[in-house]
Every structure is written in C-alpha cells, then in structure tokens.
Design a protein around this ligand. Sequence first.
Ligand SMILES: C[S@@+](CC[C@H](N)C(=O)[O-])C[C@H]1O[C@@H](n2cnc3c(N)ncnc32)[C@H](O)[C@@H]1O
Length: 397
Amino acid sequence: MTDDSDTLPEALADEIRRRVFAPGLIRLTQTLTRQGQPFRISIRPVRIKGQDLWQAEMRDGTQSKTRNLTEPAARKGLEDILAQTGKRELHLVTTEGDLHVRIGKRGTPLVSRGKPKAAPAAVVPAGNDRTKRQPLTNFDSAPLLRVLGIAAADGTIRASMRGKYDQVNALLRALEPILPETPPASFSIVDCGCGKAYLTLALHAYLTQAKQWPKVTTLGIDRNQGVVESARAMVQALRLEGEVDFQCADIKDAQWPQTPDLVMSLHACDTATDDALIMAVRTKAQRILCVPCCQHELHHALVGGGPMRALLRHGILRERLADLLTDTFRAQVLRICGYRTAVMEFVSQEATGRNILIRAQRGLRPGLGEAIAEYRALKEFWGVSPYIAQALPPEEA
Ligand SMILES: C[S@@+](CC[C@H](N)C(=O)[O-])C[C@H]1O[C@@H](n2cnc3c(N)ncnc32)[C@H](O)[C@@H]1O
C-alpha cells in the first residue's frame, strides 16, 4: 500500500529532471525490491553515431534489458522512475556532484549530497564511440570547429587545438548556472577582446543549436583589424550574417547594444578586462563572464601593506599579490554595483596559468554598505586606486 507521503518532493524531482538533462550527467540509478526480487534501473548518456542518447538499463532479478532512448523517450522514462513509490534508493551522479535519496518504510526521503568525484573535463561518457561528453558534443559542432580551425577536415580535434577546445568547453560549462533555464525570446552577447572568435562563435552555436534558443545576437569587439576580418570571414562561412557581428574598435569606444544579456571577456589584455567590466556595468549587462589575463596595473602601484609589506620585496610575490588584488577589487566592485559574483578556477593550472574566472549576475541591491566598507579598507591598506573603480559612482570610488 502506498500513499502520497512516499512520492518525491516536487523540488527534489525538479532538481533531478534538470540535472539528468543538463550536460554533466554521469548516471542516475534507482534500486528497489519488486516481487521479492531486486529491481534496478539506470540512465546514462551515450553518444552513438554522433547522436546524443540516453541509455536505460533495467535489471529485474537476473534478467537485464538495455535500450537507447531519444530525449522525449528518456524524459518519459525518467517520469516513470520519479513516480515510483515504496521503499527505494535513488543515486544521481553528475559532474556537479552526487545526490543520494533514500526512502524507507516511513516514506520520508533522506537526502545526502557529495562533491563531484571527477573534474568535469575528465568525464568520459559511456558512449559507444567513447567521445567525451562536452557542451560542444551536444550538437553537431563539426562544421563550426572546422571553420574555427579547431577540427581537421575529418572532424577530429587537432592535437595543437585540444587546449583551446577544452577551454571553450570549460567556459560553456561555467556559464551554464547563470543562463536562463528556459529559452528566452531574445538574448544578446558582447565578447570583448574576442580575438579569433573561438568563444564568440562557439557560444553562439551552443545557444542556437544545442539549446535551440530562437534569437541570439552576438557582437565581438577587438581593436585588431586582422582578427576582426578573419572573424567576419568565419561568420560568412557559417552563414551567420545578421546574427553575429564584429566591430574593430577599442572596448570603450565600440557601439554597444542596450543592456546586453551577457558580456564576456576571455584573456583580454591588462586593463582591457576592466574596460569590459566597466562597460558591462554601465550598460547594465545582466550577466558577466570574465577571465582576466596579464595584469600590470597594480604591480608598481602597491605601496601600503602595513605588516604585510614584506610581500612587496620579491618580484614574483609582488606580481602574484598584485594579480590577486586586482581580481579581488574587480569582484568587490561588481558586488557593490549589484552583481552576485563568484570567482573560481575554470581549467587546471597546467592548461593555463590564467585560469581564474569571474562570473557575475545582476540581482543584488547596488551599493551594499559592507561591500563598500571592505573595498575602501582594501584600497587604503595597499595605498592604491584600482582602474576598475571607474565602474563605481564617483562618491563610492
Ligand atoms: C589574448 S587575446 C584573447 C582573444 C580571445 N578572447 C581568446 O581568448 O581566444 C586578447 C585580444 O584582446 C584584444 N584587445 C586587447 N585590448 C583591447 C581593447 N582595449 N579593446 C579591444 N580589443 C582589445 C587584442 O587585440 C586581442 O585580440
């Protein structure tokens, strides 16, 4: 006999639905006892002949059955799993981490969570063709990758471009938590210091092809005429005219769209990162993804430090400290300007030393008193006035 008390709480069921169909699923398993026999069902992602599918495996006692499902069928299968009642255990493993739900005799779910066991980039899907499951494998990205020069004519990733490919995938994954869950009517992106437009074009393709968003407009800005021309040629080759555009301009002087939905800046040089953040704040961009590059601004400006002055004596320590402080000021200023801000590593140190990512989303009340006080104390302690202060209203800078 079962009743509603042992169905999964809706919030938990929703979380499972979201995570099973987001990139990063490793496996979902449910185990229970049916007619005295152990019954186990699991779903895992597979890639077969270039198509992303979900493999469902059922083990009923000693019998086992496997089926490869398209997304609609997999969604239906998941609903059947979630609708189960009675004593059971459900275990979800994704690159976000583990979720374990145990429902005992009383019907109350006991939920525990664990950290990810594998770094996202290292996850190999159980696909029959053993391709790594990555954001760029969620759609037919071969034409894009060929045009970008990341893939060879036969579609395989060039050894020399493997790092770039992994980096773009890591950025797409890092972006996921701040993207709208349902397709927005329109979405505008600005990529500052876009260079050869790897990320610019990959993100555009990911949103329009993997996520099927109906209207994405993307602008790449770079002051180097050569890279802008090659990026424009790629737009033509991919037939993306009218959707993706490039401007040859300084970030500060470019013609920006009103209120971009996302501003990115990947390894833009020195204070170009700050210019991107300042423009993002001024245009009230909804989301920001930024990976700073070389940072020279504070290296010679640091004068204070009180009892920590010894940190300034040795060149390499001074340089690292200046880098850390620069990014600390950036994150702090974004908080003051009303952005929920996270700072994280997005790839390993071996892949690139410039692996700090600042991710921000508008949504806080601007001018948080505590954040302003911390910012002022930091400035005073190190005797500096950071470039990013230009993003702040004059009375707070
Ligand atoms: C290291 S590359 C990175 C390119 C690209 N984002 C990537 O990660 O592949 C930096 C790019 O930023 C551009 N850049 C630097 N400062 C800029 C500025 N103030 N305005 C516009 N572009 C700038 C450079 O021309 C260069 O193409």
